[in-house]
Design a protein around this ligand. Structure first.
Ligand SMILES: C[S@@+](CC[C@H](N)C(=O)[O-])C[C@H]1O[C@@H](n2cnc3c(N)ncnc32)[C@H](O)[C@@H]1O
Length: 197
């Protein structure tokens, strides 16, 4: 068993070598800005182990949580986490590339901790490879995310300094607020709150 992390009195056991992204600094950075802020219908894009989705489902003001991932194995792990937490009844799990499985569904809050490392070719895994330069998946997400938000809705996302994402480009479509900057040894992580202009 790997290292055990404590957050808000709950214990997380990192996923074994399944290729599913276990909770890490970026997950917890996003989580601490989502808790207490999100309510209504929530989408956890790229749910991975389901850590954000299951915590979201336990928030009193949250009515439903959709957990989406391109990796079916991630949804299996996320569903198990939801079952253990007793929140399955509040959740929906769908496999798909970004919004493709969601039709025209809209949400009050969308959470996304995207894959952001540059592709390395055949060894790529969906959990970390975000495209040739690293942020293509996130840009594809941003291109349509606003169409899936209810009026007044917002997006909480994490980006890394390693993506060299141009925030000016994001600001053409969204009001961008940096909620926290977390310096790590090898990169800086930013937790962003985005609202459509
Ligand atoms: C960095 S992990 C984050 C996992 C989890 N949300 C967390 O914070 O710990 C990124 C997740 O996005 C998923 N993903 C990658 N590309 C995707 C896509 N095009 N559509 C949906 N999910 C995707 C990966 O499978 C992975 O589970």
């Amino acid at each position: 068993m790997g290292e055990v992390t404590l957050f808000s009195n709950r214990v997380y056991i990192p996923t074994a070598m399944t290729g599913v992204y276990g909770p890490a600094e970026d997950s917890f950075l996003l989580l601490r800005h989502a808790i207490g802020r999100i309510k209504g219908a929530v989408l956890d894009m790229g749910t991975g182990s389901g850590v954000l989705a299951v915590e979201a489902a336990q928030e009193p003001g949250v009515t439903s949580v959709f957990a989406v991932d391109i990796d079916p194995e991630a949804l299996r792990v996320a569903r198990g986490r939801a079952e253990a937490a007793g929140v399955l009844g509040k959740m929906v799990f769908t496999v798909g590339d970004l919004f493709e499985s969601l039709g025209d569904a809209r949400f009050d809050w969308i959470l996304f901790n995207p894959p952001y490392l540059p592709s390395e070719g055949e060894t790529d895994e969906a959990s970390w490879a975000g495209g040739e330069v690293g942020y293509e998946v996130f840009l594809r997400f941003l291109a349509v995310a606003e169409e899936h938000l209810n009026p007044g809705g917002g997006i909480i996302a994490v980006v890394s300094s390693r993506t060299e994402l141009d925030l000016d480009e994001v600001e053409r479509k969204y009001n961008v607020e940096i909620l926290e900057e977390l310096p790590l040894f090898f990169e800086g992580l930013y937790c962003l709150l985005l609202r459509p202009l």
